[in-house]
Design a protein around this ligand. Structure first.
Ligand code: FES
Length: 554
């Protein structure tokens, strides 16, 4: 009676208590997360589908992580969303959940939660914005910002032009419409089998986004009835599919960290080296910014992710099961491609195999670092230069316009203390703009090395996720301005040309920075966060606890 009576205060009739499955709709809607601001409307469509299929839908909020507003970085809170959502999924009497996400961290955060609880779940991402349009050309979220920032710094654009342009870039609901992290993770969720085919690409304002959401509401009831839970879908095969798809779409390096974290929740063995090995023979098929030309709206009209997955054919595990109850091969068997300039064929790829994420190792990154080859400058993939070291991005920004800065195009910019513990939260600061004096000389790229991340919308020859990070005592902390550094991407090597004895001497002098916080979430996070090479989850959140509550208080 307690359960029923209190629910009836919401105005439900008694028929909802006839034994139908209770479907939670976890929404990361918030006006503080502009990319997710339409999700309450998406939820209404999901509810229609749940009712249609004989379920009882109940929408509830989960922490909304807005990439652009959260400080110091939304990544600091991905694990908090995962932890909050996990407990909500388990503590409430739910039979299945629909995960509504959009902005970068909301997709992996909810997938991590669903993995640990292992309740039947289906994801519905909110979809990308319409293409940005400025002065007759398409402009992509994020990617255009980096370019305009440099143009403003170099005097090629006025502040007024920037103000006008920012409105042209963000002209509809939805997440970033480049193949940034949000589009990447939406595609990865689809490749994993956790969201319906075509879900990643429908624009946020396209009516088919809402049709898909309604369909997802029907599907989740089927998943409950057939007990097809995330651990049966997100298998090692599914992760291999996702890694290969990420290479084919020219996806974000952030997918590396997020997939490792999701796999960690499921006990699926996955390592950093898998990303290099599995992507090595996969060509980039999708011609989208930041690596290419087009945007997600074009990707949708060209056929979306099913067209890519069909093209990959035997490179994927076609028998992997998905939320449709059908296999990957069945889902994409008839998927057409309508534009070969946007989605290339395997025999005429956009970029050849081996241009995906490279995993680098060496005495500067003993546990690994990553570089997105498709976003890098080919002439810098083998490079030797002297380090110019900064202990924070802010320290670098303070001198970026200095005409006397001791840097040229061969300099290797080192930005450190930006890792999970260091900043804290591993922000997307690694692709710092080039020094103004070099921009004025029309230098457009330099080697940058950082223990932080890079936005999926960004480009450049940037070595990311250097592990162990400087704040954890990694060798990055020992680099000094003037040291020679060699980057050799073909050999997967990142070398600090300083003798071991000298490094040992420097290590003896090094002291760890004080913790970023003495209390609260940041304290818990910095005390327990793991390094990037295993997904930067918290050590006590690894693994699953299932969906049974330990003890029933009623
Ligand atoms: Fe939300 Fe890019 S800022 S997806």
């Amino acid at each position: 009676m307690t359960h029923r009576s209190w629910m009836r205060s919401e105005g439900f009739t008694t028929e909802v208590f006839d034994g139908r499955p209770v479907i939670g709709i976890a929404t990361t809607w918030s006006e503080l997360a502009p990319c997710n601001v339409h999700l309450h409307r998406v939820a209404e469509s999901v509810k229609r589908g749940v009712w249609q299929a004989g379920g009882f839908p109940l929408e509830f909020p989960a922490m909304a992580l807005g990439e652009t507003l959260l400080r110091p970085t939304a990544m600091l809170y991905r694990n908090l969303l995962a932890m909050e959502a996990e407990e909500l999924f388990r503590a409430n009497p739910l039979d299945g959940v629909v995960l509504l996400s959009g902005c970068d961290k909301t997709t992996p955060g909810l997938l991590m939660a669903a993995a640990s609880v292992d309740l039947p779940a289906v994801m519905v991402t909110g979809g990308p914005k319409l293409n940005g349009k400025y002065q007759g050309t398409d402009v992509g979220s994020g990617t255009a910002v980096w370019r305009w920032e440099e143009d403003l710094l170099a005097g090629r654009m006025t502040q007024e032009e920037c103000f006008f342009a920012e409105g042209c870039m963000s002209r509809s609901d939805g997440h970033c419409m480049t193949m940034g992290t949000a589009s990447t993770m939406a595609s990865v969720a689809e490749a994993l089998g956790m969201q319906l085919p075509y879900s990643a690409a429908w624009p946020a304002v396209d009516a088919r986004r809402y049709e898909t959401a309604q369909r997802a509401g029907q599907v989740i009831v089927d998943l409950v009835n057939s007990d097809l839970s995330p651990s049966k879908i997100m298998t090692r095969q599914a992760f291999e599919n996702a890694i290969r798809v990420n290479a084919a779409i020219g996806g974000s390096t952030n997918a590396v960290i997020h997939l490792l974290a999701i796999a960690g929740r499921l006990g699926v063995p996955l390592s950093l080296d898998d990303f290099d090995a599995l992507a090595a023979d996969v060509p980039t098929l999708v011609n989208l910014q930041p690596s290419g030309q087009y945007l997600m709206e074009d990707f949708c009209y060209a056929g979306g992710l099913p067209a890519v997955m069909r093209e990959l054919g035997g490179m994927l595990h076609g028998d992997a099961i998905t939320v449709t109850g059908r296999t990957v091969a069945e889902n994409v068997a008839d998927a057409p491609c309508w534009n070969r300039d946007v989605i290339h064929a395997m025999d005429a790829p956009f970029q050849p195999p081996g241009t995906g994420t490279a995993v680098l190792r060496g005495n500067l990154a003993p546990d690994g670092a990553v570089l997105k080859q498709s976003a890098a400058s080919p002439h810098l993939l083998k490079h030797r230069g002297r380090a110019l070291v900064f202990d924070s991005p802010e320290a670098y920004h303070a001198v970026v316009a200095d005409p006397d800065l001791d840097a040229d195009e061969n300099t290797v910019l080192v930005i450190r203390y930006c890792g999970p513990k260091g900043y804290p939260g591993m922000p997307e600061v690694s692709n710092v703009p080039l020094p103004k004096k070099l921009l004025n000389r029309d230098v457009r790229d330099m080697v940058r090395i950082c223990d932080g991340r890079m936005s999926g919308t960004a480009y450049g020859t940037v070595v990311l996720h250097v592990t162990p990070e400087a704040a954890a005592g990694g060798p990055l902390a020992l680099v000094r301005t003037g040291d020679w550094i060699t980057l050799d991407v073909p050999s997967r090597a990142l070398t600090l040309e300083v003798p071991d004895e000298e490094l040992a001497r420097r290590r003896a002098e090094w002291t760890a920075p004080p913790p970023a916080a003495v209390r609260g979430w940041t304290r818990l996070y910095t005390d327990h966060v793991l390094q990037a090479d295993t997904g930067a989850d918290l050590d006590f959140l690894i693994g699953a606890s299932g969906h049974e509550v330990p003890r029933d208080s009623h």
